[in-house]
Design a protein around this ligand. Structure first.
Ligand code: PAY
Ligand code: ZN
Length: 311
């Protein structure tokens, strides 16, 4: 009789364990965490969302962070779980975290593409896209990071449903993208930063990816990304490259980061976590802890910058 593995921060957790974790971390930290759902996925799973922050009785500025847009990037959901745990356990002892959670709310979507994530556990470890059916094709899924309204399907995306970078039949055709976009649109006045966690390549990207043109906030984003990368490197020497997506990785339209930025969320960053390709998407579990620890430093740096530069 096979024993089901329990949740662990230093292992990759399947969706059942992540869902159980969402419940237990929320009920264990009622003063700092509240949960909601952004809606259901294509296959009917809940898109659980955690709000972390001290309840002040009034509306606070917020940061939105998602993990697991792409199914196979398992280190990404592992980081969101780590972040939530680290936030609640260091609140009250770590001065920076305490101050962040006293003044800001941090919305964490631990897994964006839940259906794809499940599929990457059960059937195809290298699955990237959603699991929606495509009319007129036997190929499944759309790339959720090509499905947002930012130069949609113009460059670095495919209109072939069989491609791993399929942009979908229309903007926000995927219910998962729609649920996230609706939430951010609805909370546009309070969301000051958008962080989206991917792997791999060790990059810290900011707009634009859908065009070569510089973002209005290019200078500030460049300096924030450089300092955040430096903070990350200070722990274990892991080197990150930072810059606009188009020139740092490749032109790619329809990304959530560019969409959020053009909506008015100034501090929009895409993390590409470890490694540089030795293991790629198959990052060993032994690297979860160091990867999450170093990434915390960069995320906290960005959050502190946002806190000091509210707009
Ligand atoms: O901002 O341009 C952006 C996002 C770029 C990512 C994307 O293609 O969506 C980069 C890739 C990713 O994390 O999905 C990088 C990985 C290594 C890949 O699959 O190519
Ligand atoms: Zn990705």
């Amino acid at each position: 009789n096979q024993q089901t593995k329990a949740h662990s921060y230093v292992k990759y957790n399947n969706w059942a364990n992540i869902e159980a974790w969402v419940s237990s971390i929320t009920s264990g930290n009622p003063a700092l965490i509240s949960r909601s759902s952004l809606g259901k996925t294509y296959e009917g799973r809940d898109m659980h969302l955690l709000k972390i922050g001290k309840n002040t009785g009034s509306t606070k500025p917020a940061i939105f962070m998602d993990c697991g847009i792409h199914a196979r990037e398992w280190i990404s959901p592992a980081f969101c779980q780590w972040f939530v745990q680290e936030a609640v356990t260091t609140y009250g002892s770590d001065a920076q975290m305490t101050s962040l959670l006293d003044t800001l709310d941090i919305f964490v979507l631990p897994v964006f593409n839940v259906d794809g994530y499940e599929y990457s556990w059960k059937s195809d470890r290298m699955w990237r896209k959603t699991r929606s059916r495509n009319s007129g094709s036997n190929c499944i899924g759309t790339d959720p990071n090509r499905n947002f309204d930012a130069g949609w399907c113009t460059v670095g995306a495919s209109s072939n449903p069989c491609s791993d970078t399929y942009c979908g039949p229309s903007v926000e055709s995927e219910i998962e993208s729609q649920n996230v976009a609706n939430f951010i649109r609805r909370n546009k006045s309070i969301i000051k930063a958008y962080l989206t966690i991917h792997s791999y390549s060790q990059l810290l990207l900011f707009p634009y990816s859908y065009k070569y043109g510089q973002a209005k906030d290019h200078a500030e984003l460049t300096s924030v990304a450089a300092s955040a990368s430096e903070a990350l490197r200070s722990l274990y020497g892991t080197r990150y490259t930072s810059g606009p997506g188009a020139t740092t990785i490749y032109l790619a339209a329809g990304g959530s980061d560019d969409w959020a930025y053009d909506l008015g969320v100034k501090y929009s960053f895409t993390f590409e976590l470890r490694d540089l390709g030795r293991y790629g998407f198959l990052l060993p579990e032994s690297q979860i802890k160091p990867t999450c620890e170093e990434t915390m430093l960069a995320v906290k740096y960005i959050a502190a910058h946002v806190q000091k530069n509210l707009y």
